[in-house]
Each structure stands twice: as C-alpha cells, then as structure tokens.
Design a protein around this ligand. Sequence first.
Ligand SMILES: *Cc1c(COP(=O)(O)O)cnc(C)c1O
Ligand SMILES: [Zn+2]
Length: 563
Amino acid sequence: MASHFIVECLDCGHKAAFIPSNPICPKCGSPWREARYDFATLAHSLPLQLPGRPFDIWRYRELLPVRSPSPDLSLGEGGTPLIRAGNLGLMLGCPNIFIKDERQGPTASFKDRQAAVTIAAIKEAGITEMVVASTGNVAIAYSAYAARAGIKCWAFLTSLVPAAKMREVALYGTQVIKITGSYDQAKQIAAEFAAQRGFYLDGGAKSVPNIEAMKTIAFEIAEQMTALLGPPSINNGNGQTAPWRTPDWYIQSVSGGMGPLGVIKGFAELSAMGLIDKIPKFGIIQADGCAPMVHAWKQKKDTAQPILAPNTLIHTLATGDPGRTYTLLHQRISRLTSGAFEAVTDEEAFRAMHFLAKMEGLSVEPAAALAFAGLVKLVRSGEIKPNETVVVNCTGHTMAIERNILGEGWAKDLDVEKASSMEESAEDGLLAALTHVAIDRFPRIAIVDDNPDVRRLIRRILQAQGDYTLFEATNGREAVELITNELPNLVILDLMMPELDGFGVMDALQNNPDTADIPIIVVTAKELTPAEKNRLKGHIQTLMQKGDFMSDDLMDEVKALLG
Ligand SMILES: *Cc1c(COP(=O)(O)O)cnc(C)c1O
Ligand SMILES: [Zn+2]
C-alpha cells in the first residue's frame, strides 16, 4: 500500500518507504532520515479537515508517520492548553508570556507525544518488544503506551533517576535496568542489548516517529495563538497574509534537543503549506553543569564538544553529548529563524519552581522550571523585548517534590493532644493548638497602589512566601489615613496615583512622628527624574521598578526591612 509520506536520507538524499524495524537508509546506511509529505495537496485539504476534529495530536494525522491511528491505543495525548502567564508577565514587564502546559499530557510530560506516535507506528509494523534508554520521563511515557499496545518494554535508566520515577516505570510492567554510569553510557548499553536481541531501539532524535511527534507542539501553538489573539495582521509583502499566528519566541529546556528539532520542523512545515508567515525565534535553555549546546552556539560552532561528566542535579537534562542533533538544530535555527542558547544554574531553576507554583499555580519538575529561569535571563539581558510574544514549553511534572526543593519549615506541626491536655475542655485545647499555627502578631504591611492588578500581584507575593497581615489602599489620601490608623511595620508604595501621589504620602508620613520611621519600599512604573530622585532621598529604603522584579527580589527587600 502506498503511504502518505516517504523518508528522505539527510546524507545521500535517497527517498524510501518507512519501515520501522529497519531504521537506516537502504542506500548509504545512515540513520539520519526525515519524513516528507505532499505539502502542496495538504495546504488545501488540511485546513478544511481540521474544524471537525478533536484537539489532540491525531488531528494532524496526515502529517504523522502512522497509516491508521488506533483509538484503542490513545490516552488523550496532545491538545494541551496554552495558558497566559499574567503574573509572571507583570513581574517581568513582558505581558505576552504563554505557557504550553505539557504537564497535562497523560504521563505528565511532553514525552507522551513521542511515545504515542512511536508505539502506534511500531505496533502497526508488528513489533512486540522495544528498548529505551532514558533519564526517566521517556521511559515512563513509553511504558504507559507499551502497556496499552501489548508491547514489552526494556528501560535502561541511570541510577541517578529518582527512585519514585523508576518505580513508576516498573509499575507499568516495564523491565527496569539500572545503569551505574552516565546517560550517554546507558544509551550505548541499551543499543548493544537491542542489537543482540533484535529488538526495536528508540532512536532519540534519529527516530522518524519521535521527530514527527514533537512537531505537533508547533501545530498546536500556531492554532492556539490564532484562537487567542486572532489571525496575524502583518502583511507578508506579496499581498497575502497567512491565516495562523506564531509567537515571537519558543522557549524550551533541552537535554538531547529532540524537542526543538521536532518543533522547528513543525513550524517549517506550516510555513511550507502557507499557514504561517514567520517561524519563532528559538530559546534553548540548558543546565549550567551540562550545557554543551550553549557553549558551541556562543562560539558560533556547528558541532558541540561533549561534556563527559555532567554536573547538575537535574538529571532529566544530563545529556552530555548531543551529537548531530546539535548540528542540525544549529543549521536550522540559523537558516530559518534565529535564536538564543542560554545556560542557567540549578539554583535558578529551583527558584523558578517556586515562582511558577506560587504565582501561576503550576507545580512543575525542575527540568521544566529551568526553561522559565532561562526566560527570566533572556528578558533581563534584553534578548527578549517587552512587546514580544513568548511561548514557554512547560515540559513536565512527573515527580513528587523532593526535600531539597522546599528546605525545612514548610509545614507547621499541630499536636492537638498535647495542646488539649493543658486546657479545661477539648474545644479550648483545639483553639489553643491553633494559636500555634496562626499567631496574630504577624508583621503588618500596607500595600498602596491605584492599580488593582499590581495590588493583587504584591499581595500574592507576600502571602505565598510568608505570614503577614496585609492592608491595601487605592490612593494617596486613603493611604495616609490607613497608615496613621494601623501603623504598619512596612509600606509598599506606588508613586503615580490620583488624589494624592506617592510623594505627597511620604511627606504626610514624614510630618507625623508616629509614622515618620515606618520603612517604605517604593514600587514605580516610571523612570524618575533627578529632581524626583532627590525628593525620595531620606524617605525610602528601597526603590523597585515595576515590571523588573521577581517575587523573590521583593521578598528579599521585605525580609531585610522587617529585620
Ligand atoms: C526530555 C525532557 C526535556 C528535554 O527535552 P529534549 O528536547 O529531548 O532535549 C526537558 N524537560 C523535560 C521534563 C523532559 O522530560
Ligand atoms: Zn542515505
């Protein structure tokens, strides 16, 4: 049966039918091949088909390497939401940040796209056993889909993979093999084992179904951006405008680089079909202790020097040798668009876990948080402009929160029995116990700002990271009255307000001996003139620029001033 696609060799250009059990070029033996489709026809037919289809990855089935997708194998993969990150946008001064929430896939990471498509393709080809080397999430995803498909899975995991992840893999019925060694070594051993036994080996970025699966992220982002913001208005110069919108940036944390390689192919295909005008810039983020691609990119090289001993606590991202995947990424990003490769520390990624959870309600694993730490870095360095639209791939949450993420003191202990033994009645005992949880002498802070979004943001920052009694005032006059009555321990003050502005508030507080010594943090949206800066002198402890501080910057100031 003729298929709807062929595979083309990246080395000799030979075109052949796709046979999953034989993943190399029949002419030259190269394992690097890519799927090609009939884009001229699809440019017309696909947009007509889409409106009637569910929002999952099989919506794009004409562009996937599976002949007849089986609903029986599906776990509802793809179709993850695109969420606006309003609070993060406010903190960064970059209002158009969107999160592609891949945590909401069936196995809680974007690897379930890869597993869904690959398992469908190899099941169709009659394959019954497969081998995968993994830093955790790929093995979990394959294990789930292999279970549904009746395929036996062998997972080679480095001993650094968290025990909770390993147990999940085993729970699905996969045979786990623990490797004491690096991820790159685990890959070698898995390949030898698969060759010996004649089993299908997951080929990572070399695998046709894997790359095809990842490109659906690009398709979904373009459709979702268009639904959220409307079709693009910019003309592409020849009198026509493509119907779908793309963001200015796609940002992802990267280990081996298979995700972005697939995603850029997806955007290139949309462009080939005339559905989009512009391919986003790529923000590739790696962990400081394992950033071979970042080093190579910054030195303008097209091959990456392998890192032999990755040094990061974020094991999901510990691919030391990206091999040809980097070379292809370098080539395509340079040719089709542009990009920025950036490294951030583990510490920065852990901080990002906190602000995502506390400010956006998203609990993510460290590997996903690292992309957001990269976003902060790229915005602060000016690489990402305030008016640009950004989509960050929130790649996953497949783990329980480990001890080192939270540190000590994250829960309060309440021993009802001990407390009640000291009181007359059981009820008094309970109330007494509760006073240990919620003492009523929390530091008192007044938030003064006429913009309700800013008040909500600051309130949220304070309430998520400490215990405070909070007051709010919406203009200067109200503020002076509130502060004189409540005598808070700290004031967070806006400058530009109706009625009485921030300068007026400071003068009023200064003239009253009861309020003159209350520390003030000024949070302002405007650049101050030298004269204004002069007026502030002696009044305030800290000046912060709106849209240019993160939650923990403000918290550091608050804690320092409260002593
Ligand atoms: C696999 C993975 C990555 C890295 O993806 P690549 O595109 O393969 O480099 C990032 N985050 C999470 C959660 C992952 O599972
Ligand atoms: Zn070839």
